[in-house]
Design a protein around this ligand. Structure first.
Ligand code: F3S
Length: 260
């Protein structure tokens, strides 16, 4: 950031909507003086603290971990706390902020995530481990860890979910977030129910509804790849019984050291 940028005042254009008083959303502009390292979330704090306390948004950790501050910034879904404002105001000194698309707005940037969590719970996102828990630890090979493609790094921010045009049409679709979680459990050698999970994702509103639009990849602030996970689930679902048998075999050796 140059000295000129430090002095720069930019326009933060926010979509406002309070269903108690507004018939439809409208845009409202605020002027904010940037500082070095300022993020979009910092700018929102600045506005809320010094200009307009009614501006409403979710936030918590400020470090890209909690997923609370996902919103629509200059036409794409991302985390406000991880987005430097300087990167967003290059062209016309304006940044436009709104709520995540396709979800009912509670107020301003706060959306109702009920459908997001409902779909998430449908895939039983928790691990179902074997009865025989080792005294110390399960042993996974490096290949087994690599196959998870960092899917455990998902912070459930909803950026992928609300970027998917299929969700815009059909809230019954499981969605990229839930399918990524199903993928994580199906590929985890500790999990005892891969066939049941693959059955769930094979149902009408599961993997078949994905039209490989790829918006979910572009939106993920953690650089994850839900589309690839969905593709893997599709393939595994076709041989789910065999896959589960192989899993049972694998689990007989989960306590043993991995040969190097
Ligand atoms: Fe939606 Fe991603 Fe598939 S955007 S249609 S889940 S590739």
């Amino acid at each position: 950031m140059s000295n000129n940028d430090i002095q720069r005042t930019v326009t933060v254009r926010i979509q406002r909507f309070n269903p108690d008083v507004d018939k439809k959303p409208h845009m409202q502009d605020y002027q904010v003086k940037m500082w070095p390292g300022m993020t979009i979330l910092d700018a929102l704090h600045e506005i809320k603290t010094h200009q307009d306390g009614s501006v409403t948004y979710r936030r918590s950790c400020r470090h890209g971990i909690c997923g609370s501050c996902a919103m629509h910034i200059n036409g794409r879904n991302t985390l406000a706390c991880k987005t430097p404002i300087i990167n967003e105001v290059q062209k016309n000194d304006t940044v436009t902020i709104g709520p995540l698309p396709y979800l009912p707005v509670i107020k301003d940037m706060v959306v109702d995530r009920t459908s997001f969590w409902e779909q998430y719970l449908r895939v039983k996102p928790w691990l179902l481990p074997p009865n025989d828990i080792p005294e110390k630890e399960f042993r996974m090979s490096q290949e087994e860890v690599d196959a998870l493609h960092d899917a455990e790094a998902c912070i459930m921010c909803g950026a992928c979910y609300s970027s998917c045009a299929v969700i815009g049409l059909n809230k019954k679709y499981l969605g990229p977030h839930a399918l990524l979680k199903a993928f994580l459990r199906v590929l985890d050698p500790r999990d005892t129910a891969p066939a049941e999970r693959l059955e769930i994702v094979s149902q009408a509103d599961g993997v078949a509804r994905c039209h490989t639009i790829f918006n979910c990849i572009d939106a993920c602030p953690k650089g994850l790849n839900p589309t690839q996970a969905i593709e893997t689930l599709r393939k595994l679902a076709q041989k789910r019984q065999k896959y589960e048998e192989a899993r049972r075999e694998r689990q007989k050796h989960l306590n043993e050291p991995i040969p190097s």
